[in-house]
Design a protein around this ligand. Structure first.
Ligand code: GRF
Length: 210
């Protein structure tokens, strides 16, 4: 019997290399998640074209069209996710802070990848900050999204060494390589319940938010 795949969306703002890693992993019949939608808040995000090339529906919901009304922007995102019967939302370089509206709407169903070993270095410019702090290990974290940015329950981490002479770009490259492995692995484990994430498949065939 072929197991039903969980329907996932990926939210991006830029190049989308983690998105591409998830799309590639999801091609395997054994991967328990299908990538059914890619959303960006920026119409010029390079990842949108890459997703379409890979045959994935990809749309921009431009935050600038909503002015200061962040909730209206997120309502449009939420409606698009629901209409696509999405069960899991993966943030992958989505560069806008979420309001309580979207976080609560997708509580327990939204994951993020962050380029540091949380709880160290939440926020931006993590690689430069790690170098300045003089840490010998750096890395990346997949976590469940909660209202506090980069602070939800941790699902997976990978560490890399900080080598003498590293620039922030060197470190970013080394970390990104690990991101591309741990995000698909963490999403698969989460979707299949191995991390205590989603409820049993039968309970989750419909949109979990209904
Ligand atoms: C990654 O480093 C990710 O950890 C962070 O934003 C970056 C996105 O890169 N949240 P990409 O768009 O997936 O290439």
């Amino acid at each position: 019997m072929v197991a039903l795949k969980r329907r996932a969306a990926i939210m991006i703002s830029g190049r989308g290399s983690n998105m591409a890693a998830l799309v590639a992993a999801a091609r395997s019949p054994a991967f328990p998640v299908s990538i059914d939608l890619v959303l960006s808040n920026r119409p010029d995000a390079a990842g949108l074209a890459a997703a379409r090339c890979a045959g994935v529906r990809a749309e921009a919901i431009d935050h600038r069209e909503f002015g200061q009304d962040r909730t209206a922007h997120e309502s449009a995102i939420d409606a698009t996710l629901r209409a696509a019967h999405i069960e899991i939302v993966c943030l992958a370089g989505y560069m806008r802070l979420l309001t309580p509206f979207l976080v609560q709407a997708w509580q327990g169903h939204m994951l993020n990848i962050h380029p540091s070993l949380l709880p160290s270095f939440p926020g931006l410019k993590t690689h430069a900050r790690a170098l300045r702090a003089g840490v010998k290990l750096h890395g990346c974290t997949v976590h469940i999204v909660t209202q506090e940015a980069d602070a939800g329950p941790i699902l997976a981490q990978a560490a890399v060494p900080v080598l003498p002479g590293d620039s922030a770009d060197d470190l970013a490259r080394r970390v990104l390589h690990q991101e591309h492995s741990i995000y698909p692995a963490a999403v698969a484990a989460f979707a299949s319940g191995a991390t205590g994430g989603l409820p049993a498949a039968d309970a989750c065939l419909a949109n979990p938010l209904d």
